[in-house]
Design a binder for this molecule. Structure first.
Ligand code: C5P
Length: 317
């Protein structure tokens, strides 16, 4: 533990993600599917405020907050408890989550909460874990949690938790079509298995996409967007086909269901074009809400609670 005085309150922001490419293989014995995915962190942020407390409690506000569980099943609370157990301390925490990432939308909002909670409690309790150790804890909480810590652009293998940072040039402008009815990730994977019918495919990262990202070519990135889970998401939520079609007709460079859905991500040519795609989606009535966002952005970061000029070792961006 550090000798520095512990702050009373820490605020951390962590981003949601879009899977620009998601290749999925046949389930492993533990039920998880081997993945080869390319993540991009985008400017929809979860903000977690951690305040010293005796027990563990959580409150939520913001985008679709009424759909977030606040009991012990909440991933941010589980993250705080996991860290306390890991370092063997008896401290509690109150977590307040301000949501900016859609709930159950395939953009890893819950995972961003968990990543933010880990970093916030690590800072609040002065446990001083290295980023690598936090990433290991993160992987025990969920496949997408390590990426919410890392941010930027990365290739995910294994369950999606084995990360390698990827080179990406330029800024990408997204329109996100939200749905009120979320999709359950396990259900989407189950439907994927049903549709795939036992085909044994080895998931590999999309080389054309990685090339397009490293050269900063949005048109080529748009063409290379892809998601093996998309047919399963469409089977469970057939109306998404219309959402995809409207975004395509609005001239999106590429359109894809994000992760296990149901959020649809459309890549615009510019910020203005992303706003125009959002207007087309709203006018056609094929989304319950629309947002625009840019990527890539950094992973979880302390915004209040760290003394200025003393960034954590291993911090990026
Ligand atoms: O790890 P996480 O809790 O986010 O995963 C939710 C569910 O999604 C898992 O219980 C599993 O059913 C499915 N999943 C999978 N293969 C992955 C990631 C998630 O089958 N690589």
């Amino acid at each position: 533990m550090s000798q520095r005085p512990a702050p009373r309150e820490v605020v951390v922001r962590a981003p949601g993600k879009i899977n620009l490419a998601l290749a999925v293989g046949r389930p492993m014995p533990d039920g998880y599917h081997p993945l080869a995915t390319v993540f991009q962190a985008v400017s929809l942020l979860e903000e977690v405020t951690a305040t010293a407390a005796d027990g563990f409690a959580l409150t939520v506000e913001g985008l679709q907050a009424d759909r977030v569980p606040t009991d012990g099943s909440n991933l941010a609370l589980r993250a705080a408890r996991r860290l306390a157990e890991h370092v063997g301390i008896a401290d509690g925490v109150h977590l307040h989550v301000r949501k900016g990432v859609p709930v159950a939308g395939g953009m890893a909002g819950g995972s961003a909460d968990a990543a933010a909670a880990l970093l916030a409690c690590d800072t609040l309790w002065r446990t001083g874990l290295a980023r690598e150790e936090l990433a290991e804890l993160a992987a025990t909480l969920g496949a997408d949690v390590p990426f919410a810590l890392l941010g930027h652009t990365a290739v995910g293998r294994g369950r999606g938790d084995l990360l390698t940072p990827a080179l990406s040039r330029g800024e990408y402008h997204w329109t996100l079509a939200l749905q009120d009815q979320g999709l359950s990730t396990p259900e989407v994977y189950r439907m994927f298995d049903e549709l795939l019918g036992g085909l044994d495919v080895e998931p590999v990262p999309d080389r054309a996409l990685l090339q397009a990202l490293s050269s900063g070519d949005p048109e080529a990135v748009g063409l290379a967007l892809g998601n093996d889970l998309q047919p399963a998401a469409l089977e469970l939520a057939p109306h998404l086909a219309e959402t995809l079609a409207v975004a395509e007709d609005a001239g999106a460079l590429g359109v894809v269901v994000s992760g296990s859905g149901p959020t649809v991500a459309a890549l615009g040519r510019s910020r203005q074009h992303a706003v125009a795609i959002a207007a087309a989606l709203t006018a056609a009535g094929v989304a319950d809400g629309v947002l625009t966002a840019t990527g890539p952005v950094p992973g979880a970061r302390v915004v209040v609670g760290e003394r200025a000029g003393q960034p954590r070792s291993g911090d990026r961006g």
